[in-house]
Structure formats: C-alpha cells, structure tokens
Design a protein around this ligand. Structure first.
Ligand SMILES: [Zn+2]
Length: 442
C-alpha cells in the first residue's frame, strides 16, 4: 500500500514487517461535543484500519483523550462544575459518537489523568539530558538543540514556527515550548519543579513510549492542523528521548470547510456531529468525506448533504431490490470469497485505488459503476457474486447501508406481492406493498 508521508512529502510503500500494525491517531480534548471536522480523521483513518484488516493485519489502534487542558479547566470553571466531571461527560459523548459513526473501535484510549507520573518521569529525563530546562517552576523544551529535525513534518523553517507563547521572556528561545506549567488554577499535581500540570504535547509521546515500549511505530496521524505545533513538538521530544523516529509514517487529513470558511470552534461555525447525524444521517456524512481525497479540504453545504442523501438512498434501494430478488429466487449464496485473491475486475480496481494512498473517491466511483451495471446482468450467479462484492466494498469503506436480509416470512410476502401484481390485483398488491415498505424491504 502506498501512503503519503508528511515527513518526506511523498507517497511511500507502507512496509509492515510483522502481521501487526501500530497506529496512533491523536484524539480529542474533551470539553465540547465534536464537530464534523473532528469526525473527519475518524472516518478517513477508519478506512485505513479496515483495509489493513482486510489484509489480515492486526491493528493496534491507539486514540488518546486529552482530559487535562486549560480549555477544559476554563469551561468547567465557567460552568461551576468539576473538571473531571466535564471531561468524563465528553469522553462518554465522544465514545457515543464513535459508536454512531460505526467505525472500528480503538484498541486503547489512554488518558492524561491516568499518566501523570509517567509524564513527569519523561520530562525529568529530558531535563537531565538538557533537552529541557526549568525556569521559575516551568519546564520548556530546548528547540535550539534539535534544529536539524524540528519543522520537518510541517516543512517549516525555524523562523516560521510561530507559537502562541512567543513573547514569554523567561524562555531561552521564543520557539521553545512548554512541557510543564506551574499553576494553582484548576487541577494540578506535585512535580520536582512545581505544582502544576503538563503541556499538551508530551502526553502522546509518553503514551507511545509506554504502550509501544519506546519502539518506532508504523503510523502516527491526525488532522492537518496538528502538523504544527503538536506533531512537530511530539516528534522532537521523542527524538530527544529515544534517539530514533517516533513513527515511520506521518499522515494528515485535510480540513472541513463550511460554506467556504474553515470550520472551527473559535469561529463559531461548526456543525456538530450529533446534529448532522439526526438531520442527515451518519452515512451521508461519511459519503461526503470519503468522496473526496483525505488530504484535501472539503467544503460542506446544504446541497452536499442533499446530494449525498440522494446517492445513499439510491444505492440502498437498488441493493435491497437485488437482495430481495436473490432471496425470493432462492439464489442468494453467501459462500465466502477469498478477498485477497479475488480477481474480479471491479474488486481489483477498487483495491488498487485504496492501495494508492486511500483514494476513496475513486473507490466510490467503482461502487457507483458496479451498482449501475449489476442491474443489466442476466446471469444469476454473476449477480450474486457482484452483489457480494458490492457489499464488501461498502463494508471496506465503512459505508454501512443496512440492507435487510429477508426472513422466510418476508420471502413468502414478497412472492405473494409479485403474484398479486402479475394477476393485476393492484388493490391488494398496494396494501401488501405498504406492509413491506414499513418493514424497510421495499
Ligand atoms: Zn498527539
């Protein structure tokens, strides 16, 4: 499989030595419901997860929770509730969103509040090695020691790496970033330097260190917004601590724009995932996201949702008709196909696109094409095979259309309906039609 590596700015072959893939996707800061921009990496990288599983890889998918952060503390303070309570509520809401998105679950979801001793130990190591320094109870990473590596993911020169703490005069260099912050506002912990809490960029490094035993992992990813500062700062800490790469691949998905403006909480133009789910359905959202290359931006409008819903419904209706046809004619055969060696041209083309840097948009074109063509096929066994292939393609993209498998009773009713139509008994046929439509079969 070819994947675009942000570190080298080119597509590279993803070479996996064992049957196991270690994948880390940076997770949410839990102080709010997620918007569809936050859902995009979940949907895009779920396809990567599914493709790897298709090839029988065991995927160790780690997706963390940032449950300690200034934004959480500020919001909890504003709402006059406990920070843990706020974070716990939003972690549950997030997992509910994951469930509703019907993506494959992360293997582990480590959270910061469980790892403070490990984070302190890690920062101590950096201080001892002089990769970090202490001023007034605060600890900063010394970027000047690693100028040859810092900025490689975002492709920025050191002078372009602005951070929101540039004017902090206690730092040796304006580009240095905070590892430990002395504070008595909100939750804080004792450390060798002060009572305080860790900066955002150390947690993922420590989780990687702990979970993967300081080994270089296969893929580290997230939204393009994370390239700098988060991923640069993660990477440089890891290199300082472990003297080797954090990940072989760094992958990033593009932004979601709402009516041509970047979707962001601070601009107040967000579409919350839970609202989109109610209004349009999750599969329409997944269709929109997957019908575009994951690295590029997506612009979302009302019209995009309307179009996505039309296509999803069209696919669903056509596929249910085929399911009904195969079952009522007793032709439905789910004899499993060996998907790795399957030579069906549509299937091979579909995989070729996904193996070329997850080109889900082209993969969707293959699905659309095969759904159109299957209706003209006369040979029943080919219809059955193509139908199984379409279902597997949809499953591989996580586009789950819930085509109903008929019960014996449904089959009797469908056959009865067909007979009534053939005998031009339209009144009774219509009544039966309503019943079948209610069941979602017609
Ligand atoms: Zn991270």
């Amino acid at each position: 499989m070819l994947l675009y590596n942000s570190l080298t700015n080119k597509k590279e072959e993803l070479l996996i030595k064992s049957q196991k893939v270690n994948l880390y996707i940076c997770g949410p800061t839990v102080y709010n419901y997620i918007h569809i921009g936050n859902a995009r990496p979940l949907i895009n990288f779920d396809v990567l997860h599914r493709v790897l599983k298709l090839y029988n890889y065991k995927v160790n998918y780690i997706h963390n929770f940032t449950d300690i952060d200034d934004k959480i503390i500020a919001k909890a303070h504003e709402k006059k509730i406990n920070e843990i309570e706020l974070a716990t509520y939003h972690m549950q809401a997030y997992n509910n969103d994951i469930k509703n998105l019907r993506i494959l679950k992360p293997t582990m979801q480590p959270k910061v509040s469980d790892s403070i001793p490990q984070i302190i130990k890690f920062i101590e190591k950096l201080v001892i090695q002089k990769d970090a320094y202490v001023v007034n109870g605060n600890v900063y990473f010394r970027t000047t020691k690693h100028l040859d590596q810092y900025g490689k993911i975002s492709n920025l020169k050191i002078d372009d790496l602005s951070n929101d703490d540039l004017n902090n005069s206690e730092k040796e260099n304006p580009r240095d970033f905070s590892l430990w912050k002395k504070t008595d506002f909100g939750m804080n912990w004792k450390s060798p330097w002060s009572d305080g809490r860790p900066g955002w960029h150390t947690e993922c490094v420590v989780f990687n260190d702990e979970i993967f035993n300081s080994e270089t992992i296969d893929i580290h990813g997230g939204g393009v917004d994370l390239k700098f500062p988060h991923h640069e700062n993660e990477r440089i800490q890891w290199i300082a601590a472990n003297k080797k790469p954090l990940a072989k691949f760094w992958i990033h998905n593009g932004q979601v724009m709402l009516k041509n403006t970047k979707m962001s909480k601070s601009l107040g133009n967000t579409l919350l995932l839970k609202d989109v789910r109610e209004q349009h359905g999750v599969m329409a959202l997944k269709y929109i996201i997957l019908n575009s290359h994951y690295r590029g931006p997506i612009n979302v409008t009302e019209e995009t949702f309307t179009n996505a819903k039309i296509i999803i419904n069209k696919w669903k209706n056509n596929l249910q008709k085929i399911q009904n046809y195969l079952q009522t004619k007793n032709l439905y055969d789910t004899n499993s196909i060996d998907w790795i060696s399957c030579t069906d041209i549509s299937w091979v083309t579909f995989l070729k696109y996904l193996n070329d840097d997850l080109n889900t948009a082209n993969a969707i074109m293959v699905i659309d094409d095969i759904i159109k063509k299957i209706q003209n096929i006369k040979d029943n066994s080919i219809i059955n095979t193509k139908f199984l292939i379409i279902n597997k393609m949809l499953e591989t993209l996580g586009l789950l259309l819930d085509i109903q498998i008929l019960t014996n009773n449904d089959i009797v009713l469908l056959n009865e309906w067909n007979e009534l139509k053939d005998n031009k008994n339209y009144k009774e046929a219509d009544a039966l039609r309503s019943l079948l439509a209610e069941k979602g079969i017609l």
